[in-house]
Design a protein around this ligand. Structure first.
Ligand code: UD1
Ligand code: CA
Length: 496
């Protein structure tokens, strides 16, 4: 803060947002990692205000709960009936008690606003000692917005809502963005004089400008350098347009910071995500929440990471992941599902059609194909055979499986938890591990294979299978099977 002036922020978030046609209050709609009101609060955070008041009304309980979560220092003020933006600010200042200094008012539905812009507006306002300053922008289509009305010398005369505007005023393309700085004392005085003599019968905050100007007070206009920052959000089509604009802004910033984004149009990165240099993000990828990706990792294509950390040099291809930690140089996918509590140590691998939940997989350990790993701890350099399942749920409780290091799990092994497999142990193909396996042991289960020679021709005569069998048997001299073999060659026990 450059001035010694005290600052109070008022965010207006009581409106219903009728055109959203939503059970969710408008300001709680999400936009790349924050709600609309969350973005506005983030833009105001750079002001280091003494107090931040948020006027709530529609969906007040939901909005209050959200504020407690994302901005616990913000103070909600209830506007039970929405009599307009001027009424909302009046109620907020009454609740605040002594708000002198600068009062900064922000509409709760202008999410692309940047901290720098708000700060510039407020600093210019304070430096010039103005009574009020409004953020304005020249737009191609001003429909529905308040117009900035200037006199012949270019000074702000008043702000007029579209519904109350003359044809001449409607032709003005300079609009009010809904972001303002006021001298607190003068604002209070003007608010007490607001009328409801307008098309909507509301107290308009915007009328404060006309009142102050008529009173001979100095009011100013701060023109936004980037029009997109001033865009409001009234329906879901506008919300989608804002989302695309924010996506482009976020992607541009990451690319300038050294991240390769192969297809920015299909890459959606929440504002809360962090990426290091030389990360490569392939197309159709969403990075959300508290996700971070370390240097040189490759993420995507077709990947969604939510609250997931990815270590340096890892490769995460066609993956859906929630709440997982992927270590350095780990390979995940293609086609894998990581669920909360998954921790993959360095150089481990989770391959194709593998789901992992609440499990630690040790350094260099591989779960390459078609498996479910739930509630397990697996040591280092272990191999879990294809199509293995960790039966973690006994119908009542979730139980853990603990597997040591250098274990070779056979294909189609079923680990029935709670169970432990010691270091260096093997399991045979198709084993159901119900009892602990000591270090270095081989576990097998199921009886010996039984083979009924000539079964198909006897039991399914006339079928294509029987015909194929007959031909094969007549073409070979091969007689019966080599009975007595235990069926457990080393090749059965593991897959790479
Ligand atoms: C307002 C401005 C308009 C400006 C536009 C920019 C007024 C009278 N008009 O119009 O000049 O161009 O924003 O987007 O201010 N709210 C309350 N309590 C109320 C009414 C509104 O908290 O009683 C909140 C809403 O939740 C919203 C904000 O104030 O966040 C703006 O209200 P909205 O109804 O969207 O105003 P606009 O008609 O868009
Ligand atoms: Ca609006």
């Amino acid at each position: 803060m450059t001035s010694s002036q005290s600052r109070t922020v008022v965010v207006l978030a009581a409106g219903e947002g009728k055109r959203m046609k939503s059970a969710l209050p408008k300001v709680l709609h999400p936009l790349l990692g924050r709600t609309l009101v969350g973005h506005v609060l983030a833009a105001a955070a750079g002001l280091e205000a003494q107090r931040t008041l948020v006027v709530v009304g529609h969906g007040a309980e939901e909005v209050k709960a959200h504020l407690a979560d994302v901005a616990p220092a913000a103070e909600p003020v209830l506007q039970a009936v929405q009599h307009g933006t001027g009424h909302a600010v009046r109620i907020a200042l009454e609740a605040a008690g002594d708000a002198g200094g600068t009062v900064v008012v922000l509409n709760g539905d202008v999410p692309l606003l940047r901290q720098e812009t708000v700060r510039e507006l407020v600093e210019a306002h304070e430096a010039a000692g103005l009574a009020a300053t409004v953020l304005a922008a020249e737009v191609a289509d001003p429909t529905g917005l308040g117009r900035i009305v200037r006199d012949e010398s270019g000074r702000l005369e008043r702000i007029v809502e579209e519904r109350d505007a003359t044809a001449e005023q409607r032709a003005v393309r300079e609009i009010n963005a809904g972001i303002y700085a006021f001298d607190g004392a003068l604002l209070r005085e003007a608010l007490s004089k607001l009328s409801t003599d307008n098309e909507q019968g509301e107290e308009y905050l915007t009328d404060v400008f006309g009142l102050l100007a008529t009173d001979g007070q100095a009011v100013g206009v701060h023109v936004a350098s980037e029009v997109t920052e001033t865009l409001g959000c009234n329906d879901r089509a506008e919300l989608a347009a804002l989302r695309a604009l924010l996506r482009d802004r976020v992607n541009r910033a990451w690319m300038r910071a050294g991240v390769t984004i192969l297809d920015p149009a299909t890459t959606w990165v929440d504002v809360t995500v962090t990426l290091e240099r030389d990360v490569v993000v392939d197309q159709n990828t969403q990075l959300r929440g508290a996700t971070s990706v370390a240097a040189g990792a490759v993420v995507g294509p077709d990947t969604t990471l939510i609250d997931t950390t990815v270590g340096a040099g890892a490769s995460v291809v066609r993956v859906h992941s929630v709440g997982a930690e992927v270590g350095p140089e780990v390979g995940v996918g293609p086609y894998a599902y990581l669920r909360p509590g998954t921790r993959l140590a360095r150089k481990s691998k989770v391959g194709t059609f593998v789901e992992v939940k609440n499990s630690e997989i040790g350094e260099g350990t591989k779960v390459p194909h078609l498996s479910y790993v739930g509630d397990a701890t697996i040591g280092e350099q272990t191999n879990i055979g294809a199509a293995s399942v960790f039966a973690n749920y006994d119908g009542t409780r979730k139980n853990r499986t603990v597997i040591g290091s250098h274990v070779k799990g056979g294909v189609d092994t079923m680990y029935v938890a709670p169970v432990e497999v010691g270091d260096g142990a093997y399991t045979g193909a198709g084993t159901v591990v119900r009892e602990d396996v000591p270090p270095g042991a081989l576990a097998v289960s199921g009886g010996p294979q039984r083979t009924f020679e000539g079964w198909t021709e006897r039991k399914r005569p006339g079928t294509p299978a029987a015909e194929a069998a007959r031909k094969a048997r007549s073409e070979t001299t091969h007689g019966g099977g080599d009975a007595g073999q235990d069926g457990l060659t080393s090749g059965d026990t593991a897959t790479e």
